[in-house]
Design a protein around this ligand. Structure first.
Ligand code: ACO
Length: 319
């Protein structure tokens, strides 16, 4: 049995904030942000938009594309670090909104690596629990959790959601080929590197980050996990059509390619107009590049991400 992706969609809030907009209220400039991150603009959720409202919009479209009845969905997983509240889960809100009343639903938090973690969990659940259809959404409103007066963090982030319909199939010619997950919470030092310094949904707490240290780990660990998943599956980068990394920062991706010999021409980069949307960044990039026709059915994709924890990992999928 293989787990196939049969519907892919995304949703971005309509409000766009450019670097020039930010420079009106912050001591920063388009030039500073763009040269260090590759980010030119980001989508920012409105006050009445939440992680679950973004997730519902992306989910509805993915279901239409997969052409399935919501009542046929067995499970819903929402990857998020920025849920509407500590409970209930965003996944339950999605279930109610789309009328998937036969599904069980839960949220998964693996920071910016959440999409890859959710893909691994969904694939494994589908095989062990004999599920036919799973709706996987990665949705984030991280701009509600940043300090908009802190120029060293707020310029990096944006909001958005990506949704996938996963279906189990007897056809082994495509689907999720491999997943590999890692964590390192060793010592408190990782909290100092990248964390949210308040309780969930407590807006007195903000994203904090040691930028240069995150940069170093992101390059080293994403490269290592891509190399390991390829070699463990007897593949090389020549077997991969496209690499879709977590879109934190274009400079991180350039450095991975330069230092670890990954071909930059195979790397999908959407940081310019999305910024860092945490776990939503990979499905957002996938959806956008499929809509443009860059990525096509039959292509083999390598996903990779690193996030707070630290958590990181990679996945290989043939569409
Ligand atoms: N505009 C202007 N100046 C700024 C800004 C800004 N937005 N932000 C920081 N600066 C200033 C600092 O105050 C500092 O000034 P000082 O020298 O007078 O003290 C100077 O720029 C240099 O600051 P650094 O933090 O050393 O700048 P650096 O060159 O390292 O770039 C950056 C910062 C872009 C955050 C970089 O470290 C980076 O890309 N890190 C990766 C972090 C990342 O992408 N995180 C995303 C979340 S993690 C994830 O998703 C995996």
């Amino acid at each position: 049995m293989k787990t196939k992706i049969t519907g892919i969609s995304a949703y971005l809030p309509s409000k766009v904030v450019t670097n020039d907009d930010l420079s009106k209220t912050l001591d920063t400039s388009h030039e500073w942000i763009y040269t260090r991150t590759g980010i030119a603009s980001r989508h920012v959720s409105a006050d009445d938009e939440t992680t679950s409202t973004l997730a519902i919009k992306a989910a509805r479209e993915a279901i239409l594309k997969a052409n399935i009845d919501p009542m046929a969905i067995d499970a819903i997983i929402v990857s998020t670090t920025t849920g509407d509240s500590r409970f209930p889960s965003c996944a339950c809100k999605v279930q109610g909104a789309i009328g998937a009343y036969k599904a069980f639903a839960f949220d998964l938090n693996a920071a910016c690596s959440g999409f890859i973690y959710a893909l691994a969990v969904a694939d494994s659940m589908m095989k062990s629990m004999h599920l036919k259809n799973v709706l996987l959404i990665a949705s984030e409103t991280i701009t509600k959790f940043v300090d908009w007066t802190d120029r060293s963090t707020c310029v990096l982030f944006g909001d958005g959601a990506g949704a996938l319909v996963l279906q189990s199939s007897n056809d082994d010619s495509s689907g999720i080929l491999a997943t590999k997950l890692y964590s390192n919470g060793e010592e408190d030092k990782f909290n100092a590197i990248l964390s949210h310094n308040g309780p969930q949904n407590d807006h007195r707490g903000y994203v904090t980050m040691a930028g240069r240290t995150v940069f170093k780990y992101a390059v080293e660990y994403m490269a290592q996990s891509m190399k390991e998943i390829l070699s463990e599956n007897n593949m090389t980068i020549d077997d991969i059509d496209w690499i879709i990394p977590h879109q934190a920062n274009k400079r991180i991706l350039d450095t991975i390619c330069k230092m670890h010999d990954f071909p930059i021409e195979k790397m999908i980069i959407t940081t310019e107009n999305h910024a860092n949307t945490s776990s939503a960044s990979i499905p957002l990039a996938l959806s956008e590049t499929m809509d443009k026709g860059t990525i096509k059915k039959g292509d083999t994709l390598l996903f990779t991400a690193l996030g707070a924890g630290l958590v990181w990992g990679s996945a290989i999928v043939k569409l």
